[in-house]
Design a protein around this ligand. Structure first.
Ligand code: C2E
Ligand code: CA
Ligand code: CA
Ligand code: CA
Length: 283
């Protein structure tokens, strides 16, 4: 530790240094990782709260790093976002997830198509080729656009002007669902929802967590009740994420939420798990 004047000390922080080195190493390794096929996707089912049947799945990307093992998206998505690699990486995720959904839907067409949810980062949202790339991926796979849901975080759309909304509007007109992810964390103006081309609200995990406390905070209950009734009056579906217990699922079902996702149903996993869940449903 070296003196920084007076009685203040600037301490060396070896952990922070190590983190910075790893961050730098991961950032420079990203492009080659994409070429080498080190990314893979896990799928987490989305379930109807009413009858427990499978509604679809969310695609969640992971990086199988040759030295560090499997890394979650929180470790590398911000880096990819920063360097712009998120554009080709995001395109790969979309293509792969849509191909997978097409495969699921080929093998069981009845009961309505299984939905596939794909996350879009702010940089992808701003990219001029978003609509063309998405149309291209859908056409080449043959997946019905109505089976695709793109998830955009609430914060990415705060203060969004028409230029930013236009591509989302075009996709929505083709039948693609747009979901507002992490809803309730971004202080967005609820009245603004009417302006956005979204058809699904994904209620942030923090709300689900508050449904776990005993007794449940009556204010939290009122807030969720309010969001659900507003969403339904705007003809938006409500998905809840982070459901870890049956009690939470029951509470959220009673509050009128439509679909749910969380460890209570299944952790993110390999694509054939979704396949077998749906087949099990069908019998
Ligand atoms: P998200 O979109 O909010 O995804 C939900 C996260 O919650 C996932 O974390 C999921 O594994 C986790 N989760 C699901 N159920 C439960 C539960 O019951 N309890 C708890 N505690 N957690 C649960 P994951 O996979 O680590 O992803 C983190 C974030 O990374 C995602 O948050 C999303 O914002 C981003 N992400 C993932 N894949 C992609 C991608 O392909 N593109 C982009 N742009 N972002 C992605
Ligand atoms: Ca998401
Ligand atoms: Ca979310
Ligand atoms: Ca989140």
């Amino acid at each position: 530790a070296k003196a920084a004047g007076g009685n203040r000390f600037e301490r060396a922080d070896p952990e922070a240094d190590a983190r910075a080195i790893t961050r730098h190493g991961l950032t420079t390794a990203l492009p080659a990782a994409l070429d080498r096929g080190e990314f893979f996707i896990e799928y987490q089912p989305l379930v109807h709260l009413g009858d427990g049947s499978v509604h679809g799945a969310e695609a969640l990307v992971r990086w199988c790093h040759p030295q560090h093992g499997v890394l979650g998206p929180d470790r590398f998505i911000p880096l990819a976002e920063h360097t712009g690699l998120i554009v080709p990486l995001g395109r790969w995720v979309l293509q792969e997830a849509v191909r997978q959904a097409r495969f699921w839907n080929r093998s069981h067409a009845d009961g309505g198509p299984l939905r596939i949810n794909v996350n879009l980062s702010p940089t992808q949202l701003h990219h001029p080729n978003l609509v063309a790339d998405t149309v291209d991926v859908l056409e080449r796979s043959g997946l019905d656009p109505g089976a695709l849901c793109l998830e955009v975080t609430e914060s990415a759309l705060i203060g969004a002007d028409e230029d930013l909304l236009k591509p989302l509007r075009q996709l929505a007109e083709m039948g693609v669902d747009i979901a507002l992810d992490d809803f309730g964390t971004g202080y967005s103006n609820l009245a603004n929802l009417r302006r956005l081309p979204v058809s699904v609200l994904k209620l942030d995990r923090s709300f689900t967590q508050s449904m776990q406390r005993h007794p449940i905070d009556p204010v939290d209950l009122k807030i969720v009740e309010g969001i659900v009734s507003l969403a339904h009056s705007l003809e938006l579906a409500v998905t809840v994420e982070g459901v870890e217990t049956g009690a939470q699922a029951e509470q959220l079902r009673e509050l009128g939420c439509d679909t749910a996702q969380g460890w209570y149903y299944a952790r993110p996993g390999a694509p054939d798990r979704i396949h077998s869940l749906v087949l099990a449903d069908a019998v």
